[in-house]
Design a protein around this ligand. Structure first.
Ligand SMILES: [Ca+2]
Length: 286
């Protein structure tokens, strides 16, 4: 991830300071991240707009993607696109590589949203489809024009929109009501590559606080609540990966051979027993 982030809005009322993004780099891995330096304590309704570019040489094989976070903990290197699993908060996942085993019916790249109170595991092998609130396909990779994503959290409704068709207009990807997010979390972004590579650039990040004077919940203290979502996408059947057969071809052949020999032996013994029995019967008659 190469980042030259600009322009996060001020966290007014609370710290009074402007917010900056800082970059986390771990040279020992292929995971990178950036995040806000301080918690945004008082921003209750907000919109985050990210100008990004995902590109690379791979035409068929590339990955894995990046995540925009609104999370309780500062970035801890981990398995979910460079951040920790069992996180608390919101993840908007821009997944470019299809790992799925078992059927899901969407193509990649795919954008999905996940809310976690710290108890859920992000299952890479199923592209997170068992824990996502909603998602959409979005062909945002290797485009010559600018690509943007907007995450809007307003009156407990989470809406993710994209501007990736060079039309300078937002197109809704997903919208979910009944999402409760605490205040005071960190915004951040992480990207990761696995066996495949790609380049994830964050060109700019802009955070807008939405002023909603008529929002009755505006006064509620949300600093201590746990992230939750009232509606999840109905989970698809959880299909276990096929277990590798414990019997090799040679073993199966030998077992069949032994079985066949056993059947032949039974038949031969049966015939001999029958003949012996017949012989004995004849002896008795004479
Ligand atoms: Ca994936």
């Amino acid at each position: 991830m190469v980042a030259s982030p600009k322009g996060l809005g001020p966290d007014k009322d609370c710290t009074g300071k402007g917010q900056q993004l800082i970059q986390n780099t771990d040279p020992s891995s292929r995971q990178r991240g950036i995040q806000t330096r301080e918690r945004l304590r008082c921003v209750r309704n907000w919109e985050l707009q990210v100008h990004f570019k995902v590109h690379g040489k791979g035409k068929e094989l590339y990955g894995d993607g990046f995540v925009i976070w609104y999370a309780k903990d500062r970035m801890v290197a981990g398995a979910v696109f460079g951040n920790m699993d069992y996180f608390q908060g919101l993840a908007v996942i821009l997944d470019t590589y299809s790992n799925h085993n078992g059927p899901h019916n969407h193509q990649h790249p795919y954008i999905s949203a996940m809310i976690n109170n710290g108890s859920l595991h992000y299952d890479h092998d199923r592209d997170g489809t068992h824990t996502q609130l909603a998602g959409c396909e979005a062909k945002f990779r290797n485009l010559d024009h600018d690509t943007h994503i907007a995450i809007r959290y307003e009156r407990d409704t989470l809406t993710v929109s994209t501007d990736i068709e060079n039309k300078a207009a937002w197109k809704e990807c997903l919208s979910v009501q009944g999402v409760r997010l605490p205040t005071g979390y960190y915004f951040g972004m992480t990207a990761a590559t696995g066996d495949l590579s790609d380049i994830h650039d964050i060109m700019s990040v802009r955070l807008y606080e939405l002023d909603l004077p008529d929002d009755p919940k505006e006064e509620e203290d949300r600093s201590q609540i746990s992230p939750s979502a009232a509606f999840f996408e109905s989970p698809r059947d959880h299909v276990e990966d096929p277990k590798p057969s414990s019997l090799s071809g040679i073993k199966i052949f030998l077992l069949m051979l032994v079985g066949t020999l056993a059947v032949i032996a039974c038949v031969v013994i049966g015939i001999m027993f029958y003949q012996k029995h017949q012989e004995n019967s004849r002896k008795r008659f004479y």
